[in-house]
Design a protein around this ligand. Structure first.
Ligand SMILES: Cc1cc2nc3c(=O)[nH]c(=O)nc-3n(C[C@H](O)[C@H](O)[C@H](O)COP(=O)(O)OP(=O)(O)OC[C@H]3O[C@@H](n4cnc5c(N)ncnc54)[C@H](O)[C@@H]3O)c2cc1C
Length: 460
């Protein structure tokens, strides 16, 4: 019998990590094909960032390929010449916050190292999956690839264009996707800029503009005007508590009480929320669907700004701009944008205040990946969805999967072929965005694929 063939669609962090774990854990030979258009596996959307101002938002010691490798990236990074050259990466408490591309380089190297240990087991095809026909993956370059298992590791689609800006979609003063390399480089230093969004991507944009010497006024707005919070200093004790029981209301009450108790003994709220986050998947899975919806509607925006933090270097850039009166953050909603000859006219409905009518030189969208429309975001997923092979999850977070990460078809039946690795499976697992959880999930998906192909013994 020929060796089982596992095809991984998408070679960002998740796809590369699944491949690495497959290579490490397979007890009988498997063949792996990683389909990823980027030159290097492991980078994806987050870690292909070329802008030196874009930093990992947690200390390097928290970034790893699996829970068993704690601290491995931090040790690797401190041995690189890039560490010696980047004095800004180091913090007074001894922690380091490398540029995001460094982590991509680390994962790409780990992929290569594992691949070289077992020549011929894994191949990286620089191609894009575009269709699924007769149990084969069809690629943009016309390949037809049969697979025993297909792992979907396609997490972050490009941002959606809000309906208010569709009429000016092609306008040169609109930056619809600031992740595109060089997207901000043509903005003159004195330009007046409005930014839609106040979360992590906005923080990246402010850090980039600062690096580019921008001196003009920035206005960032979102419905609630909430900014991502900074990290606490390194080396604080781990908070001990159990949150995965009771209702959403009880859980919330306990978290609030624990934050108050932590403050009494001089510990910041971050230690409590770090513990909540580490239990996030268990908490999420024991909530009813009604409570999950309540969380998404009422609490998610607060959770997100406390849980997705910004690197201290980026926090410093934002604070400096605010203190200099160059950055204003507003709770407001975009009403209309009109293109004028050399500027854009932006109308805002401001929360609890009078509407504002502004003239800006540039408008930048930092609303983040359009996860709600992931299954419609590209031909391959659209094809699978239309054929009823996959479906979006009921909460609009990504692709519907069961507890084994197998996709559910249009009737809710688990697939014998497709698995999802990474944030696209968040509807089922909840907290699945930060690297530690995404890394553990990749390992679990690799094990699941091997178990169902009988290429790995179950863990006793
Ligand atoms: C901008 C950003 C910054 C982040 N920073 C941090 C951080 O500092 N710390 C932290 O803990 N977490 C961070 N995260 C979260 C987390 O680490 C990422 O969510 C994680 O890297 C997810 O990677 P992924 O491989 O699942 O998805 P992606 O990065 O989206 O990678 C998917 C890959 O699939 C490929 N692909 C898509 N469709 C196809 C197709 N049809 N055929 C072939 N290939 C395809 C794409 O080219 C892409 O490379 C960040 C996330 C983002 C978006």
């Amino acid at each position: 019998m020929s060796e089982p063939h596992i095809v991984i669609i998408g070679g960002g962090f998740s796809g590369a990590a699944v491949a690495i774990h497959l290579l490490r854990e397979a007890q009988t030979p498997v063949r792996i094909t990683l389909i990823e258009p980027r030159e290097q596996p492991g980078l994806g959307v987050a870690y292909s960032a070329a802008d030196p101002a874009h930093r990992i938002n947690v200390p390097a010691s928290r970034m790893q390929l699996s829970g068993e490798e704690e601290g491995a990236f931090d040790r690797w990074y401190r041995q690189q010449t890039s560490f010696l050259r980047d004095a800004d990466a180091r913090r007074p408490d001894g922690s380091v916050y490398p540029q995001r591309g460094e982590f991509g380089r680390y994962v790409a190297q780990a992929f290569l190292t594992e691949a070289q240990k077992q020549p011929g087991r894994v191949s990286h095809l620089r191609d894009t999956a575009v269709a699924w026909q007769d149990n084969q993956v069809i690629t943009a370059q016309g390949r037809k690839i049969s697979a025993d298992r297909v792992v979907l590791a396609v997490s972050h689609p490009p941002p959606d264009l809000p309906k208010e800006v569709r009429a000016i979609a092609e306008h040169p003063r609109l930056v619809a996707n600031p992740w595109v390399a060089g997207a901000l480089e043509n903005i003159p230093p004195e330009a007046n800029v409005a930014i839609v969004g106040t979360a992590l991507s906005m923080a990246d944009v402010v850090a980039s503009l600062t690096r580019l010497g921008h001196r003009g006024k920035l206005l960032a707005f979102s419905r609630h005007g909430l900014l991502s919070r900074p990290n606490a200093a390194a080396g604080l004790p781990k908070w001990q508590a159990e949150y995965a029981h009771g209702s959403l209301r009880q859980c919330l009450r306990q978290i609030r009480e624990d934050i108050a108790r932590a403050a009494e003994i001089g510990l910041p709220w971050q230690v409590v929320l770090d513990e909540v986050r580490s239990q996030g998947q268990s908490i999420w899975q024991q909530l009813s669907e009604r409570e999950q919806r309540q969380f998404l509607r009422h609490l998610r925006r607060f959770w997100d700004v406390h849980r997705y933090r910004i690197a201290p270097q980026v926090a410093d850039a934002i604070t400096a701009k605010q203190e200099a009166g160059l950055l204003t953050v507003l709770a407001a909603r975009l009403k209309t944008v009109t293109a004028k000859e050399n500027h854009l006219r932006v109308q805002l409905a401001v929360r609890n205040d009078a509407p504002q009518d502004l003239s800006v030189d540039y408008l930048i969208l930092t609303t983040g990946p359009a996860h709600a429309s992931l299954t419609e975001s590209q031909p391959f997923l659209r094809d699978l969805r239309r054929a009823g092979v996959i479906r979006p999850d009921a909460l609009g977070l990504g692709i519907d999967v069961d507890t084994h990460s197998q996709t559910l078809d249009a009737q809710g039946k688990p697939s014998a072929i497709f698995l999802v690795s990474g944030p696209a499976a968040r509807g089922r697992f909840g907290e699945l965005m930060g690297l530690p959880q995404v890394a553990d999930h990749a390992q679990a998906v690799a094990r699941e694929a091997l178990l169902t192909l009988s290429a790995r013994c179950p863990i006793i």
